[in-house]
Design a binder for this molecule. Structure first.
Ligand SMILES: [Zn+2]
Length: 235
């Protein structure tokens, strides 16, 4: 009997994690999508997107978890509504930029730890994440080294009778245009994704996430299915 491989796919509803989930599907895994609410501004939009993405990809399960303490701890413009999310010219697009105010302290570590607990419960073989080279320019928890070190920790983090799952980051060397092209190749539902930090009905078009998204589609030469309320060009 052929054993089905099981993957937990950490999915925010954005492009990167959706393409990673579509790759897991192509590789023959049964998908268990995993989404966390941590008080992010776009939480409702993200949830709506993930529900549609899970249905499209034929996921076996969609697991929502609440991690409200990340908002409680603060330290991020994404979760603290008294702080402004940088938009338009306030967004620092330099290659060597400092970590922006939209960084959520240790978020990916907390997400992975929680996804790992879920993976242990369902005996998953892998945990797919959308970490990538574009995000890694500003966020160290998107780097290949973070994934490698986390996998080393994971070997000692699950029960001794369990085979530890492996975190897989298939986009870790890619920038946004190539992620979008990869998404088309693996038939990822890019039309169902939501990327905006602000959480409005339409994408704002001028937050850091929207700017990366718009530039990525433009550079990939692919039509962006998102509606933007502001299409100001940011260079
Ligand atoms: Zn936006």
């Amino acid at each position: 009997m052929v054993m089905t491989k099981i993957a937990v796919c950490v999915c925010s509803g954005g492009i990167d994690s959706t393409v990673a989930a579509a790759i897991a599907s192509r590789e023959g895994y049964d998908l268990h999508l995993f989404h966390a609410s941590y008080g992010q501004r776009a939480e409702n939009r993200e949830k709506e997107a993930v529900e549609k993405i899970a249905a499209y990809l034929g996921a076996k399960e969609l697991k929502f978890v609440e991690l409200p303490y990340l908002k409680e701890l603060g330290g991020s413009a994404l979760t603290d509504i008294t702080r402004e999310v940088p938009v338009a010219e306030e967004v620092n697009l330099d290659e060597e930029k400092e970590t922006p105010s939209t960084w959520v302290p240790c978020r990916n570590l907390v997400l992975l730890a929680t996804a790992s607990a879920y993976a242990e419960v369902i005996s998953a073989d892998a945990i797919f994440v959308g970490f990538n080279a574009e995000e890694a320019r500003a966020y160290p928890d998107n780097e290949k080294e973070f994934v490698e070190r986390y996998n080393a920790v994971l070997e000692k983090a699950v029960a001794s009778y369990c085979q530890p799952p492996t975190v897989k980051a298939p986009l870790v060397d890619l920038f946004k245009p190539d992620i979008i092209k990869k998404g088309i190749e693996v038939e990822a539902p890019l039309h169902l994704t939501y990327s905006c930090y602000l959480g409005g009905e339409e994408h704002c078009g001028i937050c850091e996430s929207c700017i990366h998204r718009r530039r990525g589609f433009k550079e990939a030469g692919v039509d962006d299915p998102a509606e933007y309320s502001n299409t100001k060009v940011i260079t």
